[in-house]
Design a protein around this ligand. Structure first.
Ligand SMILES: NC(=O)CC[C@H](N)C(=O)O
Length: 217
């Protein structure tokens, strides 16, 4: 659990509820011996700056490239993306940085600002093979100033999309009803969701990640 900023406490609880042990990571040496890492929701710019300040960013990029399983939710998805369509810039005009690894382009705050946060049910692929042969299962998803994925590269699997139905979402960045937006992806050892399963008591996304770590999914 990258415990620099954001809702890492909620993820710690979700991992433990899913039957695994989790520890908070704040220093490069704490990356040694990890089976996997979760990057929580929060502010991607803050996590980026703190990771650089604590000299974690480079070692983490290396571990991701070496195959460390990582799950990123919301800001964590942004930090795993190779590209950001609209990166925030600091006072010197330098764009925010990501750890990368996922060949996707994300758009930050794509569904709007805090007041446009919303909840919806969506079908998530690969979660629950007892439900359907395809493993597609319904998930109640909470979006809080979330990103969406605008581009997926080869080898990136789309696990869930959202089609904002209610017309109120047509009044800003959210696409007109009927336009599907990618909100969960997987590429090998990397998993990312735009939404926050850790805030709803949903365990299956964390269980999927644990199965990925164990080589069972
Ligand atoms: N809930 C979240 O993690 C919000 C992410 C935030 N909008 C960012 O750009 O980093």
């Amino acid at each position: 659990m990258l415990a620099l900023q954001g809702d890492f406490r909620e993820h710690l609880r979700a991992i433990e509820a899913a039957g695994a042990e989790a520890v908070g990571i704040r220093r490069p040496k704490e990356l040694d011996g990890l089976d996997g890492l979760i990057i929580p929701g929060g502010e991607s710019t803050a996590i980026d700056k703190l990771a650089r300040a604590f000299e974690l960013a480079e070692p983490l990029r290396e571990r991701i490239a070496e195959g460390l399983p990582v799950y990123g939710s919301c800001a964590g998805m942004i930090l795993l993306a190779n590209d950001i369509a609209d990166p925030a810039t600091d006072l010197s005009g330098a764009p925010q940085q990501t750890f990368g690894g996922l060949d996707i382009t994300v758009r930050r705050n794509a569904f709007g600002r805090q007041r446009e946060s919303f909840e919806t049910d969506l079908d998530f692929k690969g979660l629950d093979f007892s439900a359907t042969a395809s493993g597609v299962a319904p998930v109640h998803a909470v979006f809080i100033r979330g990103p969406w994925v605008e581009r997926v590269g080869p080898g990136v699997e789309i696990l869930a999309q959202v089609v904002p139905a209610d017309p109120e979402h047509a009044s800003h960045a959210v696409p007109l009803p009927g336009t599907a937006r990618i909100v969960a992806v997987r590429s090998g050892h990397l998993l990312a969701t735009s939404f926050h399963p850790e805030v709803t008591g949903e365990k299956r996304v964390h269980e999927l990640f644990i199965r990925m770590i164990r080589g069972e999914a």
